[in-house]
Design a protein. Structure first.
Length: 375
C-alpha cells in the first residue's frame, strides 16, 4: 500500500532578497518549517506514513553575505560581473557557515521526522588560512566540464589559483613588483563554495556542493585581479535515508544533467529527485527518479512560479506529470466535508493524493505543500 508524505516547497526569492543578515534568514526559515509542522499536525494520523514524513526544500542562496539592501540582478551575459557593485560579495565566511549549520542541526532535532534541505549556503575560505585547498581546487576545476562553468572558464580559474601561489615568490622579488593594493587582494584571496546540507533526525545526513558555476562569484570579478575563485563540488548527489535513495542537485547542475551523468549503481533509482535552485526549469530528460517517485524543485524565481513544483513519475506511462491542484493551478485546495463524522475527528483526506495546498505568505514568501503517495 502506498505511504503518504508531505513535500513542502518554500518560494523565497533569495536572488533579490539579499538585504538581511543570517539571523533574519534563520528566523524566516524556522517560521516556514514551523508552519509546515502545523500543516502536518492537521493531517490524519491514520494514514500510512512514509519515512521521512515530510520533505522541506528552500531555494538556492538562502544564506549568503547580506548586502544591506535588497536588489535585483541584471540579465546574465558576458558583462554580467562588471555590472555588479564591487562591494556586493556573495559568500559568507567559514565561521558564519558553521554557525548557520549549528542552527540548522538544532532545527532538525526539533523536527526529526522532517528531511530538510534549507536551500544553500554561499561561503568561502581564505587561501592563506587553507593553503592545502589550493591543490584540491586545481584538481576539481581541472575536472570540471567546460559547459558547467558560465562566466569564468576553468583555464581562467586555474590561472587565478596560480597567481595565489605566486604571492610569496613575488614578495621575494620574483616576477613583477607588487603594489600594496594587489598584495592585499592576493593576501585575502578566497575559495568559494555553494553548499546544500541535507538534515534528518537532528543530524547532517549529506553534504552536496554545487558542481556548476553560473557566476558564482559576482564581484569583484576582473581578469587582472585574483580576489575569489568558485570551486566546484565533486560529490555525486545520491544518498540514502531510511532505506530509500534520494538525489539532489543545485540549479545549474540540473541544467547540465549532473545527477544523470554521475549517478552510481544503486539498489533502486532515487525515490525523490530534489532540486534547490535560483532559477532552473525541470528537464524530464535529466531527471533520475524511480517509477512512482517524484521530482521536487524549489526555485527562487519570483514571477516564474512554473519552475517551482512537484512532478510525478507515472509508472504506467513512464512520463513525468506535474502535480496540479484539482481546481486549477495555482490555487489552494478547499474540499467539502465528505459526509457526517463524529465531533473532533479529523477528515479522512485533507486533500486528494498528488495535489497541493498553497499558503501565499509564510514568513514573507509562498509555501506550497503537496501530498505525495510513495511506493
Amino acid at each position: 500500500m502506498p505511504k503518504t508524505m508531505l513535500i513542502a516547497l518554500w518560494m523565497r526569492a533569495t536572488h533579490v532578497k539579499q538585504g538581511r543578515g543570517k539571523s533574519n534568514r534563520l528566523y524566516r526559515l524556522k517560521a516556514a518549517v514551523e508552519k509546515t509542522a502545523e500543516i502536518r499536525n492537521g493531517v490524519v494520523t491514520r494514514q500510512h506514513w512514509a519515512k521521512p514524513e515530510v520533505i522541506f526544500i528552500a531555494p538556492e542562496y538562502l544564506f549568503g553575505r547580506p548586502t544591506g539592501k535588497d536588489w535585483r540582478p541584471l540579465a546574465p551575459g558576458p558583462s554580467l560581473a562588471a555590472q555588479y557593485d564591487e562591494h556586493r560579495v556573495r559568500h559568507l565566511d567559514e565561521k558564519d557557515k558553521d554557525e548557520i549549520k549549528r542552527e540548522l542541526i538544532a532545527l532538525s532535532a526539533k523536527h526529526p521526522e522532517f528531511l530538510i534541505v534549507p536551500g544553500t549556503i554561499a561561503w568561502s575560505v581564505r587561501v592563506k588560512d587553507h593553503p592545502r585547498l589550493l591543490q584540491v581546487a586545481k584538481d576539481r576545476i581541472g575536472n570540471q566540464p567546460p559547459d558547467y562553468a558560465v562566466g569564468a572558464s576553468p583555464a581562467d580559474k586555474v590561472a587565478r589559483l596560480v597567481s595565489f601561489t605566486n604571492l610569496e615568490a613575488r614578495k621575494a622579488g620574483a616576477g613583477p613588483p607588487l603594489k600594496d593594493a594587489e598584495e592585499e587582494r592576493l593576501n585575502n584571496a578566497r575559495l568559494c563554495l555553494n553548499t546544500a546540507f541535507v538534515l534528518y533526525g537532528g543530524d547532517v545526513k549529506f553534504v552536496y556542493s554545487k558542481q556548476g558555476d553560473f557566476y558564482e562569484v559576482l564581484a569583484p570579478y576582473k581578469t587582472n585581479i585574483a580576489y575569489q575563485v568558485a570551486i566546484p563540488g565533486d560529490k555525486c548527489g545520491v544518498f540514502e535515508i531510511e532505506g530509500n535513495w534520494y538525489g539532489i542537485e543545485i540549479c545549474l547542475d540540473h541544467a547540465c544533467g549532473a545527477l544523470l551523468h554521475q549517478v552510481p549503481p544503486a539498489p533502486t533509482p532515487p525515490l525523490i529527485h530534489l532540486i534547490t535552485s535560483a532559477s532552473v526549469d525541470v528537464d524530464p530528460d535529466k531527471c533520475v527518479v524511480a517509477p512512482g517517485g517524484y521530482v521536487a524543485n524549489a526555485a527562487a524565481d519570483a514571477g516564474n512560479e512554473h519552475r517551482t513544483g512537484l512532478w510525478y513519475n507515472d509508472p504506467v506511462t513512464g512520463t513525468l506529470r506535474r502535480v496540479e491542484s484539482p481546481r486549477g493551478w495555482p490555487g489552494e485546495v478547499r474540499l467539502p466535508r465528505r459526509g457526517p463524522r463524529p465531533p473532533n475527528l479529523p477528515p479522512s483526506q485533507p486533500w486528494p493524493p498528488r495535489s497541493y495546498k498553497e499558503y501565499p505568505d509564510v514568513a514573507g514568501s509562498p509555501l506550497w505543500v503537496y501530498r505525495a503517495d510513495v511506493p
